[in-house]
Structure formats: C-alpha cells, structure tokens
Design a protein around this ligand. Structure first.
Ligand SMILES: Nc1ncnc2c1ncn2[C@@H]1O[C@H](COP(=O)(O)OP(=O)(O)OP(=O)(O)O)[C@@H](O)[C@H]1O
Ligand SMILES: [Mg+2]
Length: 434
C-alpha cells in the first residue's frame, strides 16, 4: 500500500513566506497524480515536503497509512527525479543505474539483470557503458529516471522531469513515463506547469495557485467542468473567452445571459439553470472555449453572437478567428491571496504584482453591479485588478478551413451546454459534484 494523504499541509518558509496553504490531497495506491500550476505556486515545495527534503510547518502527511511528518527521507521509501536529474559523472550509465541497488547490498546477479531490463524499457541499453557527459539531455533524464525507479520505491516523485527537453523528446518521454509507471504500478506524483503534459499523463490532476488547491479531478472533469475560472483558463491551450454577463429571468420563462450587445438564452432544462437563476440581476463571468464557438450555418437559428472578423490565425492543425462582437471581456479573477491573511508577512519572494492586485481589490471592495448599457464590465475588470477592460475579440475555432475572411460579418454559433459559468470571484456556479 502506498497511498499519500495530505491533511491541511502548510509550508511557511523562514521569514514568513506562505508557500503552501492548508493543502488537502490524496494519491491512491498506483495512481499517477499530476500537480499543475503556474511558476511559484508551491508545487516543488509540496513535493519536497512529501520527500522529506523540506520541513512541514502545519498539518499532517500520511504515507501508506502512517504519519510521516518527521520521518527521515531515507525511511520514506520515496524516489525523486528533478528537472536536472544529477548523475554521477564518473560512473557509466550502468554504474549510475546499479548504484542504488549496490548500496542496498543486492545480489550482483540480480543487479545486473535488473539494470539491463530497465535500460531496455527506457531505451538506453545502448548507452550502458558511456558516461553521462556523452549523453543527450533526453538520455540523461532517462538514466535519472531509471536510477530513481531501479529500487522499486513505493512512491515516485517527479519534479518537471521533462522541462529541459525539446518538444519532440518531451512527447516521446511523456508516453514512456506513462507506460512505465503504470506497468510498475508505483504511486506517482508528477509536477508540471504544462497543461498538455498534465492532461495527457494524469489519472487525476490537482491544480494549484498561490499555494492553494484550486481543483482536483480526472483530466476530463477538470477540463470540462472546472471549479474556478482560474482552472478553466489555465487548462485552455488557446486563450479562453471570459465574458461579463448579467443574469435575467424574464417572467421566469427562461434564463437570459445578457452580454449588453447580445443575449443568449439558457433553457430551464439546462442542469445549471436553477443555480444560475439564483444570480438574477447580478453579473457573472461566462467562460467559452474557442471550440465551443463555431461559424453559424446560413439559415440556421439558435444561440449566436454577431460580429466582424478582425483577423484569422493559422495554427497548422486549425484556424482561429478573432471576431469583434462588442462584448465586454473580463480578466481571470485571481483567487484571494492567502499571503495577505493576517499573521502572514510577505517574504522577500512576495509577488509584487499579486500584492498590488490584492491591495487594489481590498481598496476597491467587491465589484458593484452595473446598470444596463453602462460600461461597467470594464469597471469590473478593473476592480478585479486586470489590465483588460476592453471589449475583447471572441476567439472562434474554425477547424481546418478558414471559412471566413478578415473584415466580413460573421455569425458565431454558441454551444450553450458548454458555457462555463462563474461568479464574479471566479467560483463555478454549480452545486459541487465531486
Ligand atoms: N527556501 C525558501 N525560502 C523562502 N521562499 C522560498 C523558498 N523556496 C521557495 N520559496 C518560495 O515559495 C514559493 C513556491 O516555490 P516553489 O519552488 O514551490 O514553486 P513552484 O510551483 O515549484 O514553481 P516553479 O514552477 O517555478 O518550479 C515561491 O514564491 C518561492 O520563491
Ligand atoms: Mg518547481
């Protein structure tokens, strides 16, 4: 059994910097859990606390059903791979791979066999007699990974092991990591800030921001039904459309999402209808992925936006259109910064922008509702501390053919079932489902 449970785990660095705030998380036996989040959000700190390389300030860490807060790293049966997997430069690849087993005084015949087997699985069997200095970056990371798993630890921790490799090598090694750790059945916690890596590798993804857990679920859950606007935006490979709308329920017949220049109707049959209707008269944030928008076929009716195509962008596998529709856009609401809580001073590492934003938010207070026709959505974005108070373009995925031309008027079909609805502070409008 090698489950990992974090119960309110917190890290405050000397000097008072709060890097991880009351994290509750569980990795099941044999699970590949990916920790995803922007740079500086506390991913490495969390991983290092699990490995025993960093002291836990508050809360409990459970490994295999036992409290492990004060266990020495070597007693945790954990192996870790870093971004720059350091190897022993004077030992060959074979020597690097066999070292952990030699220390554990394993039978030399077993060591020999295990090293050959593992080197084949990692496609480095032809480099066994070479020194690390003569290897490519990808080969070195394979050796580092091999050295970590050769002992068959009960927990495998990887901190951005692929981030120094080129795109092709990353994809190749990503697939190999996935099949290797699944074949071994070792519980793995894998840290990355790359959303594609997270979506393709994970059994479940835990998304962090500013030391706080934002969302956790399978890749499909967190992608399709994100708990916060931050998660929605962070998981979008293309820019997410985040629009301001006021909820109206005319004569209680249906729900109207009023974007000022445009209205979209949401039927009462929509599973979120009741939750949304609770916001009648208030402003909410509507997130729309570019692939939930499409050119509206002629003579067809249905929920749509009208606009002028400003520009088209070719991405190889698809075209994107930027459509001016006069709809107010908002910036991703930043979750409250736990570091501004009473009792937590900013360390020297404090993020100046975040600090300024949260201060602004506190000064401005919650964004006020706006009257019809006013440009208040802009004010909302300002209040949220954003730089974008413009009526931003709608980004529409066109597929493999650029069906529109720049400058022409276009009707954009909206897939209402795929609208993501958030409160002004960025929380999903929906009863929690997990
Ligand atoms: N020893 C330390 N003392 C004080 N602050 C630290 C220390 N180590 C890390 N921090 C700060 O804690 C925060 C979280 O750091 P961490 O390395 O965990 O982030 P990360 O999510 O791994 O980022 P990245 O993706 O850039 O690796 C950062 O603001 C960092 O500057
Ligand atoms: Mg890190």
């Amino acid at each position: 059994m090698s489950t990992v449970v974090l119960d309110n785990v917190t890290k405050v660095y000397p000097g008072g910097y709060l890097a991880v705030d009351r994290m509750n998380l569980r990795a099941d036996d044999g699970e590949l859990l990916v920790l995803l989040g922007p740079s500086g959000c506390g991913k490495s700190t969390l991983l290092r606390m699990i490995a025993g390389l960093e002291e836990i300030t508050g809360g409990d860490l459970w490994l295999g059903g036992k409290i492990a807060n004060h266990l020495a790293p070597r007693d945790r049966d954990v192996a870790m791979v870093f971004q720059n997997g350091a190897l022993y430069p004077h030992r060959t690849v074979r020597g690097n791979l066999s070292f952990p087993l030699e220390i554990a005084k394993a039978d030399p015949a077993v060591v020999k066999e295990r090293v050959i087997e593992l080197s084949k699985a990692l496609h480095i069997d032809e480099t066994l007699d070479r020194r690390p200095g003569t290897l490519s970056g990808g080969q070195r990371q394979r050796v580092a990974m091999g050295r970590a798993i050769v002992r068959q630890p009960s927990l495998f921790l990887m901190d951005e092991p692929l981030s120094n490799l080129d795109a092709g090598m990353r994809t190749e090694l990503r697939m190999e990591i996935s099949s290797l750790v699944r074949a071994l059945g070792v519980t793995t916690i894998y840290v990355t800030h790359d959303q594609v890596e997270a979506l393709t590798l994970a059994d479940r993804i835990a998304i962090m921001n500013r030391g706080v857990l934002q969302d956790i679920g399978t890749p499909a859950q967190v992608y399709n039904d994100p708990a916060t606007a931050f998660t929605a935006a962070f998981l979008s490979s293309q820019q997410l459309n985040l629009l301001a709308a006021t909820v109206r329920t005319p004569q209680n017949q249906f729900i109207l999402l009023d974007f000022g220049t445009h209205q979209i109707t949401m039927p009462w049959t929509d599973p979120r209808a009741y939750a949304v209707s609770q916001h009648t008269g208030s402003q909410i944030i509507v997130g729309i992925r570019p692939d939930a928008l499409a050119p509206m076929p002629e003579k067809m009716d249905g929920p749509s936006f009208m606009g002028r195509v400003r520009t088209l962008e070719y991405h190889g596998h698809e075209w994107l259109a930027y459509v001016e529709a006069g709809i107010p856009a908002v910036a991703v609401p930043e979750p409250p910064d736990p570091r501004t809580r009473n009792g937590f001073a900013h360390g020297v590492n404090g993020n100046g922008v975040g600090k300024a934003r949260s201060m602004m938010r506190r000064l401005l207070g919650p964004p006020a509702e706006f009257a019809e026709g006013e440009s208040a959505p802009g004010a909302m974005a300002t209040a949220l501390g954003s730089g974008s108070h413009r009526r931003a373009d709608l980004i529409v995925r066109l597929g493999s053919r650029p069906v529109w031309k720049a400058g022409e008027h276009a009707r954009v079909a909206v897939d209402v079932s795929r609208l993501m609805l958030f409160t002004q502070s960025g929380a999903r409008i929906d009863p929690p489902r997990r």
